[in-house]
Design a protein around this ligand. Structure first.
Ligand SMILES: NC(=O)c1ccc[n+]([C@@H]2O[C@H](COP(=O)([O-])OP(=O)(O)OC[C@H]3O[C@@H](n4cnc5c(N)ncnc54)[C@H](OP(=O)(O)O)[C@@H]3O)[C@@H](O)[C@H]2O)c1
Length: 228
């Protein structure tokens, strides 16, 4: 498939007014996908659309802002980018609208103030928590936990890989395609039970950021030759 005839999706980003959501929106818009920025407030979603348009130097054809519920109802694939403290309530609220969809969960169970210490919820990870809340018709897939919004909004080499794990190989493959569309290298990191490692790594990276006075450390998988 060429770049032009690759499948395009409508991506509804819940909490898309925030730092990580806008970074992902920027990357997916550049790849030609439709992006619906979701927010608890319609006006805030519209402001995020204006900010992104200004950042990109034009208003991309496929960019819209809506309340979270409308964004989820209108999208093919939902993306969750709210703080962990809002994760459970947000998913419970949108559960009916998310049924039958792939849900890309970007949330890391960061529990301030100890943000550089891995603290997993009882379910094992935020992704497993989401899968329990949403039920079996949804496929929750973890991705982008280890890539900072600063790198997503940057222009150069992102120097960071993305581990993708979650329910079902077919769903992971769709998300791996969307990772590739952001310009990042994605890896199939297996079933949803592996999400605790992927999400936990973020606290390790936050600790490294603090130690080395940087903002955006990341990970690379090595030892696997490039596929021809
Ligand atoms: N920032 C990063 O570099 C980064 C990297 C990897 C993963 N993540 C993960 O991605 C998620 C989002 O991170 P972020 O830095 O983008 O967060 P953020 O900017 O602090 O918040 C994102 C959005 O979440 C919504 N929100 C905030 N409080 C809420 C509440 N109580 N209920 C419902 N929605 C609420 C807000 O949207 P509205 O007010 O418009 O509703 C906000 O704009 C987090 O779980 C984080 O762990 C972040």
């Amino acid at each position: 498939m060429t770049e032009n005839n690759k499948q395009k999706y409508s991506l509804g980003i819940v909490g898309g007014t925030g730092k990580e959501g806008k970074g992902l929106a920027y990357r997916w818009l550049k790849a030609g996908h439709t992006v619906i920025i979701g927010s608890r407030q319609h006006e805030k979603a519209q402001r995020a659309v204006e900010e992104l348009s200004e950042f990109m130097g034009h208003t991309p054809e496929g960019l819209q802002g809506m309340e979270n519920r409308a964004a989820v109802e209108a999208c093919d694939i939902a993306v969750i980018t709210v703080p962990y403290a809002a994760h459970k309530a947000t998913l419970e609220d949108l559960k009916d609208a998310l049924q039958g969809k792939i849900v890309i969960d970007v949330v890391v169970p960061i529990m301030p103030p100890k943000i550089s210490k891995v603290q997993m919820p009882a379910a094992g990870s935020a992704a497993q928590e989401a899968q329990v809340i949403l039920g079996d018709t949804c496929q929750v897939v973890d991705a982008f936990q280890n890539i900072s919004h600063e790198r997503l909004m940057g222009q150069g080499d992102t120097d960071c890989d993305v581990l993708v794990c979650g329910k079902g190989k077919a769903a992971r493959d769709v998300v791996l395609g969307l990772v590739a569309d952001t310009g990042l290298k994605g890896w199939d990191a297996g079933p949803i039970e592996n999400a605790m490692v992927v999400e936990g790594l973020t606290s390790v990276l936050i600790g490294l950021n603090m130690q080395h006075k940087v903002h955006a450390s990341g990970i690379r998988i090595t030892g696997i030759p490039d596929q021809v």
